[in-house]
Design a protein around this ligand. Structure first.
Ligand code: SF4
Length: 409
């Protein structure tokens, strides 16, 4: 098993599917001259493979990606020498940083010693595997992720109100192709996003008021349809509109942390770099949201600084990213006038357990704002729909009276 990322230009890079942002990442690799492809979306067979080769106590995102990787290995014609898997890692208290270690052990046991894992280290700014294309790679991976997240926001904003069933999803898919093609061909993404905004605006919609439900929680399950048992579709079928914390928010959080560490350690070069990265990320975010100004409810994401300021009353900041963001984003959604929040967690998730423990307190402070913690282990749960129905009932009541009380308080 190799971690040295040499010779990657002669290999095919496989990217585990979390959300459609994986397609933008794959296009980014291709633009940088590296063959790449996205693994199939997780499904039932993923869980069977994953559970066969892990002990089932790992976090769910971990055994899901293990299952998807093994599915590819076992396909006829798979050439281990010419393949690599992309597996981001992350430092901190969370187990996420250990995923690639587990994958490595499982594959070793199966005899796939030659498969390479691409584990980008942010500290080396990706130069370790894309060489002199590192700047282009970073820029396009970021812009691609923001673009796909915005398309997803537009999908959730329009689909519940569409008059012709299925139209929004087909526009969304068309736009996803436009974005990935633009990345591969080196076209201007700002222009592509403008074209996409026009397509979404042309979808005819019903005029009705739905309660808006914020979706927060663990990053993988929050955005992955299969592992969260299609919670978003279920909420829409029960009369709601969702707003999901986008994937790219995690990237802005790591930029923020990088800046804070640079200040703490008084490293002038890092402080300067973090200013620069922050400047370009903000600029891209604002410019890419702009064409969707009429359609989307908000013109950018609430800043990390503000999210953390909401959360700090309830949770100690050094405790780690996921839990703080989940608490802060929930408070932000309540303040924005949404009608409820669903917090999505995998079984055995440590940040999820922290959120569950303190959620009672901050809900009380928010006048018992409708909120549920949902835990998923890959099994279709019979009572999920019942819980969601009860929750949507509360959310509709809040939409009518609750927010006004909170605002007046
Ligand atoms: S956030 Fe939870 S599920 Fe994700 S890696 Fe950490 S402990 Fe595991």
């Amino acid at each position: 098993m190799h971690h040295t990322n040499t010779g990657i230009f002669n290999k095919k890079v496989y990217i585990p599917y979390m959300s459609d942002a994986a397609y933008a990442l794959s296009a980014t690799f291709i633009r940088c001259g590296i063959d790449a492809s996205v693994l199939d979306e997780p499904n039932e067979s993923t869980l069977n493979y994953g559970l066969k080769f892990t002990n089932g106590n790992e976090c769910m995102p971990c055994f899901v990606t293990t299952g998807d990787i093994i599915k590819v290995l076992e396909k006829p014609g798979f050439d281990a020498k010419k393949s690599a898997f992309f597996m981001p890692s992350s430092p901190g208290p969370c187990k996420f940083g250990q995923y690639n270690r587990l994958h490595e052990m499982v594959l070793n046991n199966m005899g796939y010693d030659e498969v390479e894992f691409l584990v980008p280290s942010a500290s080396k700014s990706y130069t370790d595997f894309v060489g002199d294309k590192a700047f282009l790679f970073r820029k396009l991976a970021w812009q691609g992720c923001v673009s796909v997240d915005i398309l997803e926001k537009a999908l959730y904003r329009v689909r519940p109100y569409e008059i012709n069933k299925g139209e929004t999803v087909s526009v969304y898919k068309e736009c996803l192709d436009l974005v990935t093609d633009a990345i591969k061909n080196g076209e201007d993404l700002y222009e592509t996003i403008k074209v996409c905004a026009g397509k979404f605006e042309n979808i005819s919609r019903k005029d009705e008021e739905r309660p808006i439900i914020g979706i927060v929680g663990e990053i993988f399950l929050r955005v992955n349809k299969f592992t969260n048992n299609f919670t978003i579709e279920k909420i829409e079928s029960l009369g709601g509109e969702v707003s999901v914390v986008p994937t790219y928010k995690w990237i802005t959080f790591t930029t923020y942390q990088y800046a804070m560490n640079a200040f703490k350690n008084k490293k002038i070069k890092d402080i300067f770099l973090s200013f620069l990265v922050n400047y370009y990320q903000k600029k891209d975010e604002i410019n890419m949201f702009k064409p969707f100004g009429k359609l989307l409810r908000h013109h950018k994401e609430t800043s990390i600084r503000r999210i953390l300021s909401y959360a700090k009353k309830y949770i100690n900041l050094p405790i780690g990213g996921e839990a703080i963001l989940t608490v802060g984003e929930s408070i932000d959604f309540a303040k924005k006038g949404y009608s409820g929040v669903i917090s999505i967690h995998p079984f055995h998730c440590m940040p999820g357990a922290i959120v569950q423990t303190i959620s009672k307190k901050f809900r009380e402070d928010l006048n018992n704002f409708p909120w549920i913690n949902l835990w998923f282990d890959g099994q279709e749960s019979a009572n999920l729909m019942l819980r969601l129905e009860a929750f949507m009932h509360q959310a509709k009541q809040w939409q009518e009276t609750g927010y006004a009380v909170l605002e007046a308080a």
